[in-house]
Design a protein around this ligand. Structure first.
Ligand SMILES: [Ca+2]
Length: 186
């Protein structure tokens, strides 16, 4: 029973570090994306938020998606992560009807480990899920659209490498240690 309590504490502590994170941008004030947001370092490129304004660039989660003016914008996970995917959208401009986006993943040593290109994002100008089947840990993601600045993305989804959050160590580690000492004495 007592070991069961300890196991529960450990599972609670570790469990906080497991699970997907979805970065939706919807809780931000309108403007540029902060350098650090959603566990991701966005500072290497210009990232701007976009209002949902159908039929152009509808977001997957309301009200905001983001885009970049850069030709190959990039972001860096603050913790090595498994990149699961992201929602992309083009626009309904006939000049960019063949818009696609090339996605490259780089590991913690900045080696290219995975690359794929989306299908055409137009028409119909609706959000398209781009899933990633690479299961290794990555840090940097670089996007290269055919037409820069004519696309948006939303709901960046990833799983951070397991680790014990600082709050868990502060709160649970002393408690777990005390329980272990009591078990040893009994
Ligand atoms: Ca959103």
């Amino acid at each position: 029973m007592r070991w069961g309590l300890l196991a529960l504490l450990v599972s609670l502590t570790v469990g906080q570090a497991i699970g997907s994170t979805v970065v939706n941008f919807d809780d931000l004030p309108y403007g540029s994306v902060p350098a650090s947001y959603g566990g991701i370092d966005w500072s290497a490129s210009t990232w701007w938020m976009e209002y949902d304004s159908p039929p152009y660039f509808p977001a997957h989660s309301q009200p905001y998606s983001v885009f970049s003016h850069d030709s190959s914008p990039t972001w860096v996970f603050e913790t090595p992560s498994r990149f699961e995917g992201v929602w992309f959208n083009g626009n309904n401009d006939s000049e960019t009807s063949d818009q696609t986006i090339n996605v490259k993943l780089f590991d913690t040593d900045d080696n290219l480990v995975w690359e794929a290109t989306t299908p055409s994002l137009n028409p119909p100008g609706l959000p398209v899920w781009f899933g990633c089947d690479y299961t290794g840990w990555v840090e940097r993601v670089t996007l290269t659209p055919v037409y820069f600045n004519r696309w948006t993305m939303d709901d960046v989804t990833y799983t951070a490498a397991p680790g014990l959050p600082a709050v868990s160590l502060v709160v649970f580690a002393p408690l777990a240690g005390a329980i272990v000492r009591r078990l040893r004495k009994s």
